[in-house]
Each structure stands twice: as C-alpha cells, then as structure tokens.
Design a protein around this ligand. Structure first.
Ligand code: ZN
Length: 325
C-alpha cells in the first residue's frame, strides 16, 4: 500500500512537474512564439543574411585592413632616407631628409656590397643654411637646442662623438625621430690619436658608427673632422674617406662659440650676420651643443630669425650637400 501510495504520489509529482514544464516552456515560447517566433525565424535568416553580408563585409574590411597596412608604412613617412644596398638612391632631389646606411662598413665588406659612394652631384636649390652642432649630445644644451629647432620648424645636423652618443643614446634617437641629421664626429675628439694616420682616423669613424648603429639600427655616411680638415687632413686622409664611402663637410660660417673669453649669445649672432652678409648660397654654420654651450642655445632663435630674414631655407647635411669651399 505504501509503495502504491508512493507510486501515486510520485506520479502526481511527475504530473505537476510535467504540466509545470509544459506551461513554462509554452510561456517561454509565447513571448517569442507564434508570429514573433515566425518573424524571428524569418528575421533570423535575414539577420543571417546580414551576418553573411557582414561576413562578406568583414573579409572586405579585412581585405581593407591589409591594404591599409600595406599602404600605412609609407604614410607616416620616415624622417630620413635609408641608402639602397648599392647606393643607387642617394641622388635625392631635395635637402630636407637625412640619409643613413642600413649597413656598417664591416657589414658592407662582409656582404660584398659596395663601400665607396657613386659620383654624386652637389645639391643646389637657392639659399640654404645648414645649422650644424658638433661635439654633443648631452642631456641639457642639446635638448634645449632640439626644443628650439622644433618650435621654429627647422631641421639641423648634429655631428656627435661616439662617447657622448653612447652616454646619451635617447638624445640621439630624438634627433633622428625629429628629422635632424646625425653625423660622425670621431669617438672622443682626441686630435693626437685621430690625426696620427688616415687609418687611425678611419678606425675612430668605424668605432663611432658601430655605436650609432647600436642605438639607431643604421649609421651616418656624413662626418665632420674634429677641428676641420684644413689644418689636419692630407690628401691621404681624403682618399681614405672616399674609398670607404664617407663624406666630410667643414663649414663656411662659424659662430665661434668655442672662442676663449666667454663670448656671449650676441657675439654668435653677430658672427653669423657678418659671415652671411655676402649672401652666400650655401651656408654651413658651425655651432656646438655639448655641455657648457648654453650661450649657443640662447643665440639660436635669433640666428634662425636672421637667416630667415635673409632668405635662407634650412637643410640637413647629406652626401650631396655642396662643400663650403
Ligand atoms: Zn668638434
């Protein structure tokens, strides 16, 4: 009897559960059921269709994405040009972008690539001023100079030493990122060692290139001989640089910001004004941005203003920049 009752009770429970479920499921269906369901069903394929469209649209979008990706790299144009392996792209038609080499000298030799540059015509395009800053970088004067150049939308050239580049690599990266040219200015500016022989000079150039390559992933082709070539170079030095693909530029305007007697910013402005009074077509202007040259930074806004007033545009030094004499 008990089991019968139990069975009945269980059956009742089951019946209640089933009915409840049926009600619940029909309730569940109801809101979405009947027409709505049908709509949904008709809508669904439509949605599916849309989805398919979306899917077909998505691949299209996907297709666009790679396109954008392929068109993107040239879009944020690099502020510099990388030399072709065979140097065939060096003859640029403007002086606004620096040129670097993706290979060090030793890489070029080991890869069997040309080392000497092809014959390049000097670039002329009206009065151009090349602001050049030697001996840096540091973490004070050079940063101020970079700020002033940015404020005035002027690109310049920094001939850095290997030892200072290694000490302030972020400043070197900033120079390049902001479109300035970085050139080689020996490892540590030691005249005795540099000018003991052409090979010794070349050794320091290579040493500094390796440091710059480590920081930037490329190296300059331009250099400035510490102290200038006039009293330091013989024809053997010139031949050595030519054979190894380096282009040296001295200057034809000097701020004389390393002169003794604590010269002031106004002296530097006066020197630039006096030396550009002849309206020279190409003015390569010597300045220094190493530690202690705050007066140079102070003079810079006025130097830029004066040169602009005299009709100069500003260029960066490249292998095609005309020699100052
Ligand atoms: Zn120097």
């Amino acid at each position: 009897m008990i089991s019968k009752r139990l069975c009945i009770a269980l059956l009742c429970v089951l019946a209640v559960l089933v009915t409840g479920y049926a009600q619940v499921s029909s309730k569940d269906k109801k809101p979405a059921s009947n027409q709505p369901t049908a709509r949904q069903e008709t809508a669904l394929p439509a949605t599916d269709g849309k989805n398919q469209k979306q899917e077909t649209a998505t691949p299209a979008a996907d297709a666009k994405t790679p396109k954008q990706e392929t068109t993107k790299p040239p879009k944020p144009a690099l502020p510099y040009v990388i030399a072709a392996d065979d140097f065939s792209n060096l003859q640029l038609s403007d002086a606004t972008k620096p040129i670097y080499d993706a290979h060090t000298l030793s890489d070029r030799i080991s890869l069997g690539l040309p080392v000497a540059l092809p014959a390049l015509s000097p670039y002329y395009s009206g009065k151009t001023a090349y602001l050049t800053f030697d001996d840096g970088p540091d973490d004070e004067v050079t940063l101020t100079v970079l700020d002033i150049l940015a404020e005035n939308n002027v690109k310049a050239t920094f001939y850095v030493t290997g030892i200072n580049a290694a000490t302030y690599p972020d400043t070197v990266r900033r120079m390049v990122a902001e479109g300035h040219a970085v050139g080689n200015h020996s490892y540590d500016h030691d005249y005795d060692r540099l000018y003991s022989s052409p090979d010794a000079f070349l050794y320091e150039m290579v040493q500094t290139d390796e440091i710059l390559y480590g920081i930037l992933g490329f190296r300059p082709l331009i250099l400035r001989a510490p102290g200038g070539t006039f009293s330091n170079f013989t024809s053997a030095y010139e031949a050595c640089l030519e054979e190894n693909g380096y282009v040296e530029h001295d200057w034809n305007v000097s701020t004389a910001d390393t002169a003794p007697g604590n010269p002031t910013a106004q002296d530097f402005v006066d020197n630039v004004m006096a030396q550009t009074a002849d309206g020279k077509e190409s003015a390569i202007i010597l300045m220094h941005s190493s530690s202690g040259h705050q007066e140079t930074a102070k003079a810079l806004p006025e130097i830029i203003r004066v040169l602009r007033e005299r009709g100069y545009r500003f260029g960066v030094v490249t292998p095609m920049t005309p020699q100052p004499w």
